[in-house]
Design a protein around this ligand. Structure first.
Ligand SMILES: Nc1nc2c(c(=O)[nH]1)N[C@H]1C(S)=C(S)[C@@H](COP(=O)(O)OP(=O)(O)OC[C@H]3O[C@@H](n4cnc5c(=O)[nH]c(N)nc54)[C@H](O)[C@@H]3O)O[C@H]1N2
Ligand SMILES: Nc1nc2c(c(=O)[nH]1)N[C@H]1C(S)=C(S)[C@@H](COP(=O)(O)OP(=O)(O)OC[C@H]3O[C@@H](n4cnc5c(=O)[nH]c(N)nc54)[C@H](O)[C@@H]3O)O[C@H]1N2
Ligand code: SF4
Ligand SMILES: [Mo]
Length: 880
């Protein structure tokens, strides 16, 4: 890199997951931005996953909201801010402070979040500030508070490498926290004695590094860990001094646990007794054990109990806060932790303080406000129910898309449609939530905004801007402060920039703290904000990388609490129904507003799908790759059937990513029941029940096109491709006139010639429109799921001298082999290319495939899938 270019490189932090990887961003003369992992950032030491590596492709302004809007019409900032402020003020005057609410997000920066929380809880005087972290981390927070007296994650990432046993519970780390997964995989390769146990109903990509996979029944985790507690006590794998000196509640917890011998655990979890015994033995034998848990634990009606059942096992063994050991809740969003720190959850006030009389008084004095909220506000599910009942009459939604991500999402949509005043701050122009806003405010996005985030190991890192603010977009903290000033709270919101806000937040964490509260940033009070290096809290005189190693907790008596957990009845679907498990895929982020813009990331899974076990699929008459309709009393979705034995019988898994912007009917949260954990208020997003049935179509279709069409089809799903759009289609009744359908959908000029052919054998019809040797669109329709070399067809959009006959043939010639569905998104290596390396070039290991094709040699997120292709070939070869 040349001198001039190097000086422009900006050190920042990835805006996706809670690993919080350091990123080096270098704007290029052509307007693009080169992205690399920051070798000096302690979260990733230079690594990035597929999503992080593709960040440069998400920065185009194509789908950005760039101007404030009122009632769908562009307006000035002054007009929009005045309307928000006056409507909020009027609603409060007429109906009281609890008639308004803010619903925020772990994708806000700490500074944005601090200001939003201060406005609602400090000055409006209502607790009604909640966040999408309610859907994500609330059970972990509640479990931490019950056990530790504070919401503290005790360990750090290094512990994952130092451990002899890593237990992954309800975490698909390989896809959702890929850089942490890579760190574990590397440590395991260097130290083969290290073991990994995966506890997940599905055999996910993370099973690739697991020595033992326990396909637990939904919510069987409590039984498994309660049984573990009994086992540890029985085999005396306990730390008696730690338990005696630093904990309380052991007797009650063990009393219940004793009722959970191995056979009972096995039958309640659906696991084999020998697998459970293996897990228990390893847990007992290894002092250095880290239990990583995520949404399979949190997103449950009994999530808080699951968290405490896990923590109990660490308390009994004294394995907490020391190198290579501890319970480890990994956070989802880039700033889930920062949001918890400022008090973004409706049941916290500010700076890890709850609504106690002392804290309310203290925070009131610090903020110089006499109107601080005195009780918790409504938690997300209750909040939207209150909107539906007309009790909350004005809501401001920031950096989250509840019409897609909340349970009973159709009811949430209806509640917003009926709400008298909805404000949405977003960076994206068209979102399913934004469609219901009276006022839309254009927020600055990653690369433009400036502030801090805290990752899963309590490490605060800077997100720094390297792009100008586009159009009228403004940072969230500015937008909120402007509204606060217009509501008459001027002096308290007179910030010059994020540095001011961070200094105030740091001061509040330290205010009258004296070691009473875990969160203490006093050591950062005088720090230079611009050059702030990644640092773990608490930071008093110096940063602490681990907590609780000294056995001192934040309860009144400084002892940790065992929680007596009673395992629930196993989850049984009602007759005829399946358990709907939901979650993530490797290359998409939530509602796809950013990852949906990149062709590379959209090629891994290009449409919404449901994973079904082959026996269920057969029983229900659902053919592989056909369309399936999932439905229940809340709603329905139509998605592609992916029949796989990675799935258990009686379960169906569907990703949460698809919205009305990308598919005809792919919003799975329309199906999820809004049942919540009684303690944390977190919804059970992984345990709804649905009926699954074939969605019979007369014609399936696949198309590629230069432009996004306006489709009329019973099923459609669109994805970005290099140089154009690709899409899947389904027609319950075949359109009578395909030419007319094509001309309408793709707005073809009358003069455009449509080439077409019918394959007499299969009955497949192919259509192509070309202009100057370039493919404008190709459509393939058939009575069965269309067999077309999809990646080849997508790539044709960029090719020159394309001939209609080749396009219509629907399969590549020798000159342009079909790469197959993309497996390695870093180097765009497809399944067929990898399979060919295995069969034709004899590559028998992931490394050999990498040497032949480059697949898996950059971020490594696809290595499990490459291994799957190699193994599949081995099985075929063995059978021959
Ligand atoms: N690629 C990608 N990465 C992401 C995100 C993304 O959108 N895309 N989002 C980020 C966010 S915000 C979050 S919260 C994290 C989530 O990260 P994860 O929690 O790892 O991801 P999920 O896919 O939601 O769920 C994890 C697993 O829980 C399993 N599960 C379901 N029910 C149970 C159960 O009862 N018990 C057990 N033990 N397991 C169960 C599911 O089968 C699933 O494989 O990912 C973060 N990282
Ligand atoms: N069924 C099911 N549902 C789930 C889950 C599940 O596993 N299963 N997981 C849950 C979890 S853990 C989570 S975290 C949620 C996530 O769900 P959401 O938060 O609803 O999803 P995102 O797509 O991340 O929404 C972020 C929005 O903020 C915008 N945005 C990005 N950056 C900024 C910014 O700086 N400022 C502003 N103002 N806007 C910005 C984006 O354009 C996008 O519209 O989904 C939850 N819902
Ligand atoms: S693991 Fe990937 S998504 Fe998560 S912070 Fe790192 S680069 Fe970003
Ligand atoms: Mo999350």
């Amino acid at each position: 890199m040349q001198q001039g270019e190097a000086s422009k490189t900006v050190r920042t932090t990835c805006p996706y997951c809670g690993v919080g990887c350091g990123v080096l961003a270098t704007p290029q003369p052509d307007g693009s931005v080169a992205i690399a992992g920051d070798p000096e950032h302690p979260a990733n030491f230079g690594r990035l996953c597929s999503k992080g590596s593709a960040l440069g492709e998400t920065l185009a302004l194509s789908n950005r909201l760039l101007q404030p809007e009122m009632d769908g019409v562009g307006t000035s900032w002054d007009a929009a801010l005045d309307r928000v402020a006056s409507t909020f003020s009027r609603t409060i005057a007429e109906h009281g402070p609890d008639a308004v609410a803010i619903y925020g997000s772990g994708q806000l920066l700490t500074e944005d979040y601090y200001v939003a929380n201060k406005l609602m809880k400090g000055f409006i005087g209502s607790g009604n500030m909640d966040t999408n972290s309610r859907l994500c981390m609330a059970s972990s927070v509640a479990g931490h508070k019950r056990a530790f007296g504070s919401d503290t994650v005790p360990g750090n990432y290094e512990d994952l490498e130092l451990a002899d046993l890593v237990v992954l519970v309800g975490s698909n780390l390989g896809w959702c926290h890929p850089v942490l997964y890579q760190r574990i995989a590397k440590a395991k390769a260097e130290r083969p004695g290290m073991r990994v146990v995966l506890i997940d109903p599905r055999r996910t990509a993370s099973a690739d590094i697991a020595d033992l996979h326990l396909p637990v029944q939904s919510d069987g985790d409590s039984a498994l860990f309660v049984g573990l507690l009994a086992h540890l006590a029985t085999c005396r794998a306990i730390d008696p001094a730690f338990v005696a000196d630093h904990t309380s509640g052991i007797v009650a917890a063990l009393k219940i646990a004793r009722d959970w011998p191995l056979d009972r655990v096995a039958s309640a979890t659906g696991l084999s007794a020998s697998d459970v015994a293996q897990f228990y033995d390893w847990f007992a034998a290894n002092e250095r054990v880290v239990t990583v848990y995520s949404q399979g634990v949190n997103q449950s009606g009994v999530g808080t109990d699951k968290v405490n059942a896990i923590i109990n096992a660490h308390l009994l063994t004294g394995r907490i806060g020391k190198p290579g050991m501890g319970p480890f809740s990994v956070t989802g969003q880039p700033n889930a932790m920062g949001g918890r720190e400022v008090g973004g959850l409706a049941n916290t006030l500010a700076a890890h303080m709850d609504f106690t009389p002392e804290a309310i008084d203290r925070v009131g004095r610090f903020w110089n406000s006499s109107t601080v909220a005195t009780r918790p506000g409504l938690k997300a599910v209750d909040l939207f129910a209150a909107v539906a009942r007309g009790e909350v009459r004005a809501i401001w939604i920031m950096a989250t898309n509840p019409v897609d991500s909340m349970p009973e999402a159709d009811a949430v949509r209806a509640a917003l449609a009926a709400c008298p005043f909805v404000v949405v701050s977003d960076m994206t122009d068209r979102t399913d939530t934004g469609l219901h806003a009276h006022v839309r405010l254009p927020a600055a996005g990653w690369g433009e905004k400036d502030g801090t985030v805290t990752n899963s190991e309590r490490r605060i890192s800077r997100q720094r801007p390297f792009l100008p603010l586009p159009g009228a977009a403004r940072p969230d903290w500015w937008i909120i402060s402007q509204v606060a000033q217009r509501m008459g709270f001027g002096a308290a919101f007179d910030y010059a920039g994020p540095a001011d806000i961070f200094a105030e937040h740091a001061a509040l964490t330290a205010f009258e703290n004296d070691g009473q509260r875990d969160l203490d940033l006093s050591g950062l009070a005088g720090a230079d904000y611009d050059s702030l290096a990644p640092v773990q809290w608490p930071v008093r005189d110096q940063a602490r990388t681990r907590l609780f190693g000294d056995g001192r907790f934040f309860t009144p008596d400084q002892r940790a609490r065992f929680v007596a957990v009673t395992p629930p009845e196993p989850v049984q679907p009602a007759p005829g129904l399946l358990i709907l498990n939901t979650g993530r895929v490797r290359d998409h982020w939530h509602t796809m507003t950013r990852t949906g813009k990149t062709a590379r990331l959209s090629a891994h899974y290009a449409e919404p799908f449901a994973e079904l076990h082959p026996a269920d699929a057969e029983r229900l008459g659902i053919a592989p790759a056909s369309l399936v309709r999932l439905s229940n009393g809340h709603g329905s979705a139509v998605v592609r059937a992916l029949v796989t034995d990675r799935q258990q019988r009686g379960h169906v898994f569907a990703p949460m990513h698809w919205t009305d912007q990308f598919a005809s009917n792919g919003r799975v949260d329309a199906l999820v029941t809004a049942r919540t954990d009684a303690i944390s208020g977190q919804p059970a997003l992984k345990m709804a029940q649905v009926a699954a049935a074939p969605f019979a179509v007369e014609r399936y279709g696949f198309f590629v096109a230069q432009q996004r069409p306006a489709l009329s089809a019973d099923y459609w799903a669109l994805a970005e491709g290099p140089g154009g759009i690709r899409g899947e289609l389904g027609f319950v009744e075949e359109p009578g006139d395909w030419d007319a359908w094509l001309r309408a959908a793709f707005a073809l000029p009358a003069a455009a010639r449509i080439h077409s052919v019918i394959d007499s054998g299969s009955g497949r019809r192919s259509f192509a429109v070309l202009a100057d040797g370039q493919l404008q669109l190709a459509l393939y329709v058939a009575a069965t799921p269309v067999a077309v070399a999809r990646q080849w067809a997508v790539d044709l959009l960029k090719a020159d001298n394309v001939s209609a006959s080749k396009v219509l043939a629907g399969r590549p010639g020798a000159d342009r082999p079909d790469a197959g569905a993309i497996v390695c998104s870093c180097f765009s290596v497809g399944r067929n290319t990898i399979a060919a390396a295995v069969t034709d070039q004899g590559c028998a290991t992931v490394e050999a495939v990498g040497a032949c094709t480059r697949a898996g040699t950059n971020c490594g997120s696809c290595r499990a899938e490459i291994r799957g292709i190699i193994d599949a070939h081995r099985l075929v070869a063995a059978a021959e």
